[in-house]
Every structure is written in C-alpha cells, then in structure tokens.
Write a protein that binds this ligand. Structure first.
Ligand code: ZN
Length: 304
C-alpha cells in the first residue's frame, strides 16, 4: 500500500445488521467514502444470509467505484485457508462449511478475505481510530458477547487459525456461570450486555446506560460490578501484553466514562508488574462501523 490512493470495501456480518463500508487508503490515511447497512434476516438461513453479504458487497462496490479488495468480518470462527465458516453461534442455522468468502467474492469479482469481527474492530481502531500511532493495542468489543483483538507492532496477532485475542473467554470466576463457549466463569458470562441489563434491572444495556446517566443507584451499581469483572480480565491482559492502548467498543462501551472511570481505577489496583499508568484505556473512536472498516483494511492487506 503505497502513497497512491486505493479503494477497498468491507462487510461486517452481524446478528441484526450487515454493515458495509467503502474506504480509500492513501499514504497511511484511511478515509471513509460511504457506509450503510441492511438487515441480516438471520431467520432466513445461512444460504440467504450469505447471499445478503454478497449483496452488501455489491452495493459497497458501486459506492467505491472500482474497489481493489474485499474483506468480510463475522462474529465467529472460520477456516482461513478455505474461506469457510466453522462456528457462528449468534446467527441461526448450521453455518459449518458455508463458503462465505467464495459467495461474497463472486458477486463483486474480487477475492475475499475473512476476519473475526472483534479482530477487525482492533485493526480498524489501530489504523484509523483510538489506537492511531500506537505499537501494541488490545481491542475489546462489549455486546451480545465479548470479543477481542491484539495488535503487536502494527500487525494483527492471529495465533492458530486466527484464534488469538479471545479476551471474553478468560476465566475470571472459578465455577462461575456457564459461558456460550461451554466453560465456567468467563468474563463474557459475567459482563456481556445481558448481564449489565439484568444487574441494572433494565430491559437492555442501552436502557441501563440511560438509567445510570439519570443517577439510578441500581444501574450505577451494575456498572461498578461489570467494570470489576472486566478489570480482572484487562489487568491479566496488561500483565501479559503490556499494550500501549486498550480500546473498548460495541454497545456496552457506549456508556463511556460511566464504565471507563471505575474500570481505569480498578485496573490500576490490579497491576504492579507493568507501568500501568502508561496504558491508555479509551472508548472506540470509529463507533458501529469499526468492524466493517477493519474488514476492509484486512482485505486490503493492512495488519498482515
Ligand atoms: Zn467463554
């Protein structure tokens, strides 16, 4: 990726919406040309949803003019060599073996690279958001589940089959509640959006945030509790990685300082082996399109 501007498209397959973005990369700067979303219609089944991903890529292609590459982010696991989905827990149907990369790429005549959505989030925040200019970054997405992505020296750390960065599946409570991954006491099982809402006695995490902003004591206590679980997992990650920055995104991070303030304090109390005062803990700058931007960047070869 040289100084000559090049255009790329990205699609973020989510449980509710499929977001797409067209970006231009020039000399290390990322500009967003256009973005939008269509409903996932998850109940229509994997074949239809994969077709909708291709449809979104087509619209993005038109918006971009002539895009060079396509990346698709998905909330689950996949076989990077084959471009097939292996595990997609939050979208209905049997996704194992669905040739998502082929289906999405064929529609626009481009090779398609797949990336986990939380890894895409980390990549986007590093290249164009709250992590700009830093070397080592941990990205965390707080939503239906809790995801993560690790950037080391500007490159996405993938591990075996892209499985590195599963921040949400660290055990933080021995014999804690059952997690979607099958283990007990993962931070996801204690701090995902549904947990925040339940603790705040509100229907959704968004309602919990509104209540906390009004000063509701139950909602404020819920944020303290969730921050406490996240602080254990973040402190563990800091001790292991010593990142420059940690960026939190997803619906659960929209509370901003309501969550981040108690979190920063609790993280500091738990870390002595790393100069924790130099680790910046920030809210996402890119918002809900971060995943699609990261997918486009990955497709373009950024972070490899
Ligand atoms: Zn888990």
């Amino acid at each position: 990726l040289g100084p000559t501007p090049s255009r790329h498209i990205g699609v973020d397959l989510g449980g509710t919406n499929i977001k797409w973005v067209a970006i231009e990369i020039a000399g290390g700067n990322v500009a967003i040309l256009a973005s939008d979303e269509i409903p996932t219609n998850g109940a229509s089944g994997p074949a239809n949803v994969a077709q909708r991903v291709a449809e979104a890529a087509g619209v993005a292609q038109q918006a971009a003019g002539a895009a060079l590459t396509l990346g698709v982010g998905l909330p689950g696991k996949f076989d990077p060599a084959r471009g097939t989905v292996t595990f997609l827990p939050n979208i209905a149907g049997d996704w194992n073996g669905v040739e998502l990369a082929r289906i999405a790429g064929e529609g626009v005549g481009l090779r398609c690279l797949l990336i986990n959505d939380a890894r895409a989030f980390a990549l986007a925040e590093h290249a164009a958001g709250g992590g700009r200019g830093c070397r080592n970054l941990l990205g965390i997405t707080l939503g239906t589940g809790i995801g993560g992505g690790i950037i080391i020296d500007g490159r996405l750390h993938l591990g075996i089959d892209g499985s590195a960065g599963e921040f949400g599946h660290q055990t933080v409570l021995l014999d804690g509640p059952v997690c979607g991954c099958g283990m007990l006491g993962c931070v996801e099982a204690l701090a995902k959006s549904a947990c925040l809402a339940a603790l705040a006695e509100q229907p959704t995490a968004r309602a919990a945030t509104e209540a906390a902003k009004r000063g509701d004591a139950t909602a404020l206590a819920a944020f303290e509790t969730v921050a406490g679980w996240l602080a254990i997992a973040i402190a563990n990650a800091i001790v292991l990685l010593s990142p420059d920055r940690i960026v939190l995104g997803g619906g659960g991070a929209q509370a901003g300082d309501l969550l981040l303030e108690p979190l920063r304090g609790m993280v500091r109390e738990r870390v002595t082996m790393v100069p924790v005062e130099r680790v910046k803990i920030l809210q996402s700058e890119l918002g809900p399109t971060a995943g699609a931007i990261g997918a486009a960047l990955w497709g373009a070869g950024v972070g490899h």
